[in-house]
Write a protein that binds this ligand. Structure first.
Ligand SMILES: NC(=O)C1=CN([C@@H]2O[C@H](COP(=O)(O)OP(=O)(O)OC[C@H]3O[C@@H](n4cnc5c(N)ncnc54)[C@H](O)[C@@H]3O)[C@@H](O)[C@H]2O)C=CC1
Ligand SMILES: O=P(O)(O)OC[C@H]1O[C@](O)(CO)[C@@H](O)[C@@H]1O
Length: 382
């Protein structure tokens, strides 16, 4: 079985590629990083190191790689033969990979009429639907029904903290012990070969919202407040009592939304929150705040980890969630100069104010009570 996986980065090697290899797939990574591609081709294996006191190592075998910029024909050929396609490139890269993916899928339909599943493993709601829409924008009207018949785009939620790597061996990846890969069954065509450790569900929404509005909400707030208080790592930030209590406050707010929407047991959700906080504190991992804070414009999105739960909280309870508001205000102060989105965001704030930025990136009306509270908090922190 062949899996073609776009993105041989932290999550690609440290999570998706390793589970696929352990499930018996030959994993063909696709990347534009020449050095990683060269090393994967040469070594055909790499190590995953579990970040806990035992530092157990897993040898991930039966892998190789292809460069999507310089080896297009080879990649198209792999797509025609693949039994599964996955991605972990980042939401902003999905449009870029859609062109070659569409080309490969078009060729495949002429020579291989077996169903194929495509799973975008990105931190976003409906990632595979988004990838599908980019692919469908590249194909003819006549191909669309064929694509619907043979290609199942499955949405999923992926959860594993994989920090930026600083290892002597450039292919090895240090990962946290915990992982969760939840895949929605809805668009499966026929059967899908088993994937070790993945969990298939009928309705992904509660799972992706629980993950995005807890793990990613808490992580984002720790990163933006950590940056504001000049901490370098998430672990340092979470050991700052004030930040930890701000994170907990925001997670109780997003948790209140989830518990009300899905009728979950409140105590069980509180223990889920506490487990997440322990994961952030993992002393065996050193995770830079600027990694977790990356792409603040994406993270300001109306349905993303901060504004998503904040607007839902306001709509459900008629009150402004002050913990989430503080996190959003801290995001608006994230001015890290090596992050293009942080630079663009600061420019937008200078030109149009906090209200303009929240209107442009979060679709919040200028007189929305959340906007007023975020601006107050932003002025207070500034
Ligand atoms: N690192 C983590 O802990 C987690 C990350 N995610 C999600 O996984 C995705 C990837 O994140 P990371 O692995 O952390 O990022 P990363 O930056 O480590 O990996 C992304 C990889 O994609 C490659 N890439 C960029 N453009 C490409 C293109 N056009 N074609 C093929 N490859 C391309 C890059 O060279 C890089 O190797 C993101 O959506 C992220 O939100 C989800 C859960 C956990
Ligand atoms: O990958 P993103 O969406 O930029 O955000 C970083 C977040 O994703 C993770 O990499 C994994 O869920 C977390 O470490 C962090 O919450």
């Amino acid at each position: 079985m062949l899996a073609v996986h776009f993105g041989a980065g932290n999550i690609g090697r440290g999570f998706i590629g390793s589970l696929l290899s352990q499930s018996g797939y030959e994993v063909m990574f696709v990347d534009i990083n020449d050095e990683v591609v060269r090393l994967l081709k040469e070594k055909q294996e790499y190590r995953v190191i579990i970040a806990d006191e035992n530092r157990q190592e897993q040898l991930i075998r039966n892998v190789s790689a292809v460069n999507s910029q310089t080896e297009r024909e080879k990649l198209i050929d792999y797509i025609t033969k693949a039994h599964l396609i996955t991605t972990a490139v980042g939401p902003h890269i999905l449009p870029a990979i859609a062109t070659i993916l569409a080309e490969g899928l078009q060729k495949r339909i002429t020579i291989n009429k077996t169903p194929l599943h495509i799973i975008a493993c990105e931190n976003m709601i409906g990632g595979s639907d988004v990838l599908k829409s980019h692919v469908f924008a590249k194909i003819s009207e006549t191909d669309k029904p064929l694509f619907e018949t043979y290609y199942g785009f499955l949405n999923c939620a992926v959860d594993r903290i994989v920090p930026n790597q600083k290892n002597d061996d450039p292919l090895s990846v240090v990962v946290e012990p915990f992982f969760e890969w939840v895949i929605e069954k809805q668009n499966i065509i026929g059967d899908i070969p088993p994937i070790q450790g993945a969990h298939f569900v009928d309705d992904l929404k509660p799972y992706i919202e629980r993950k995005l509005f807890t793990v990613n909400t808490g992580h984002a707030i720790a990163s933006y407040l950590g940056y504001y208080k000049k901490w370098k790592t998430i672990q340092e930030a979470m050991n700052d009592g004030e930040i930890r209590s701000d994170v907990e406050k925001a997670l109780h707010e997003s948790g209140a939304v989830l518990v009300k929407k899905y009728g979950w047991n409140e105590n069980e959700h509180q223990s889920y929150i506490q487990k997440i906080i322990q994961r952030f504190l993992n002393p065996s991992i050193s995770d830079e705040v600027v990694r977790v804070a990356r792409s603040p414009i994406r993270k300001l999105g109306a349905n993303d980890r901060l504004v998503g739960p904040a607007t839902q909280y306001y709509d459900l309870f008629g009150q402004v969630p002050l913990g989430l508001v503080k996190g959003i205000a801290a995001l608006l102060l994230f001015d890290y100069e090596n992050d293009d989105e942080a630079v663009a965001l600061q420019k937008t704030i200078q030109e149009t104010g906090v209200e303009g930025a929240l209107y442009q990136y979060s679709q919040l009306e200028k007189d929305h009570p959340l906007v007023i509270a975020i601006k107050d908090q932003w002025q207070h922190l500034k």
